[in-house]
Design a protein around this ligand. Sequence first.
Ligand SMILES: C[S@@+](CC[C@H](N)C(=O)[O-])C[C@H]1O[C@@H](n2cnc3c(N)ncnc32)[C@H](O)[C@@H]1O
Length: 243
Amino acid sequence: MTQSNDNIYATKQTVGPFRFDEKVVAVFPDMITRSVPGYEDVIKGIQQLASEYTIENTNCYDLGCSLGAASLAISYGNQKQGVKIYGIDNSEAMIERCRSNIDGFKHKTPISLMNCSIQDTNIENAGFIVLNYTLQFIAQPDRLAILKSIYDGMVSGAVLILSEKIVFEDELINANMIKLHHQFKRDNGYSDLEISQKRNALENVLVPETIKQHIDRLQEVGFQPVCCWNQNLNFASLIAVKP
Ligand SMILES: C[S@@+](CC[C@H](N)C(=O)[O-])C[C@H]1O[C@@H](n2cnc3c(N)ncnc32)[C@H](O)[C@@H]1O
């Protein structure tokens, strides 16, 4: 796949709400690696977790799969027989590009892609589920119901990997983590104009929560245990087990 640099917010513009449209799809790998601290570690970690946690003759789901980075990581990591991977995304442009992206890599566990919303996905016989930086884009009141339907579709012993941008309860730590995140973006070549216009575009579109809110909600659904396995500044990934 040809890699393009993300310069979507490089010029001064009237900023509308952020959408996963063709423009974003064209620069997505560059955008996510330069914007999310620890993204590549999390993808590598998902491969390692898949090697440990996938379950024979069950399904894996990559919900909000974008260009399929986590789907491929599961495919590389999986060691079990009879495992199928389903990549789900409600952006048609993403799924189209994901298809050619996945076809370009040799992978052993089959991946099927579906252009639909997580809310309309029938999750069944699931052994390993990834929600990588996607729940944060779903309206807060809908998040509990989505996690319940994920839980209901999982077999006993299955795991959910939930990665999210987070906020901190302590105001000063939160402000400092945001400052450090902006520095991370500057270090990766984004200008102050790009950082502030992107921030405006994401306002009320990406709504982050605290780790405690995520853990409490996952436990309310029935997951036990729930642990943080990766954190880098204001981005964290949790592992949640269905008993
Ligand atoms: C930040 S990206 C996810 C990155 C990807 N999981 C990865 O690890 O590279 C969020 C993705 O979720 C998709 N998305 C957002 N809301 C969705 C929904 N309700 N159903 C399905 N996909 C959704 C977007 O189209 C976008 O591709």
